[in-house]
Design a binder for this molecule. Structure first.
Ligand code: ZN
Ligand code: ZN
Length: 241
């Protein structure tokens, strides 16, 4: 009976869906993406630095701390990321950001959860999304980091603190700035909620790691507020040329 129904559903196209990346019609049973996109979106499993996410080897090499992090480590302990900010992953994140998440929230947050669960050795006490300034939030309508954090929190059964970090001032968009300008632009742009973050292991969540200036400032602010540990989770990590 169930088989007959499945056959009917297939014949009438009920199990078919459009791949949100390339638009090809695909069988829902294969997952949310078509087979070609699924293949291209495999997570990075090796050849990278687990602290800053820079890629230096092939996927088959083990993850290894890079020389830069040994000499001058970032203000967080571990960076978890799904893949490089390029190709189809970049397309998917951009379409997520500018279409109010429509149809992509589940795909990307599943990806974020799987990435975290496969690479993390500790579960955070609290999850903190990188905050947008109120003005930008009004303009864009939603904060993609909050959405990712919300679903991650449900999966890990951990609280999401939307006000763990807040923007204390408006900053100009970072897009056209280099790393040092970004660092200057973002300096002291956040305030941590000391009462709720002190003594915890915090996980900061964002969609993209571009130069790391914003995430560094978030982690630094949390350290100053007395967290015991801080990790970062992003979907994609841009690789400096
Ligand atoms: Zn596709
Ligand atoms: Zn590194």
């Amino acid at each position: 009976m169930i088989r007959a129904f499945q056959k009917l559903a297939r014949n009438t196209g009920l199990t078919m869906t459009r791949c949100p990346i390339c638009g090809v019609v695909t069988d829902k049973g294969l997952g949310p993406l078509c087979p070609a996109c699924t293949l291209e979106m495999q997570p990075r499993t090796g050849g990278y630095c687990p602290q800053c996410g820079s890629i230096f080897g092939s996927n088959e090499d083990p993850p290894m701390q890079c020389a830069k992090c040994r000499l001058d480590p970032p203000p967080w302990d571990t960076l978890h990321f799904h893949g490089s900010y390029s190709g189809k992953l970049r397309d998917l994140i951009l379409s997520y950001k500018f279409n109010n998440g429509f149809g992509r929230t589940r795909i990307l947050s599943d990806m974020a959860c799987k990435t975290f669960q496969s690479t993390s050795t500790r579960i955070p006490d609290i999850i903190i999304p990188v905050p947008l300034h109120r003005k930008r939030l009004l303009w864009r309508g939603f904060n993609q980091s909050t959405e990712l954090a919300r679903i991650l929190g449900k999966t890990l059964h951990r609280p999401v603190l939307r006000d763990g970090l807040i923007r204390s001032r408006h900053t100009v968009p970072q897009t056209k700035l280099g790393f040092q300008e970004r660092q200057r632009n973002i300096k002291d742009a956040f305030v941590a909620n000391k009462k709720t973050v002190k003594g915890t292991v915090a996980l900061i969540v964002d969609d993209v790691f571009t130069t790391g200036a914003t995430l560094s400032e978030c982690a630094r602010t949390l350290r100053q507020a007395g967290v015991d540990g801080v990790d970062v989770l992003v979907l994609a990590r841009a690789q400096q040329k």
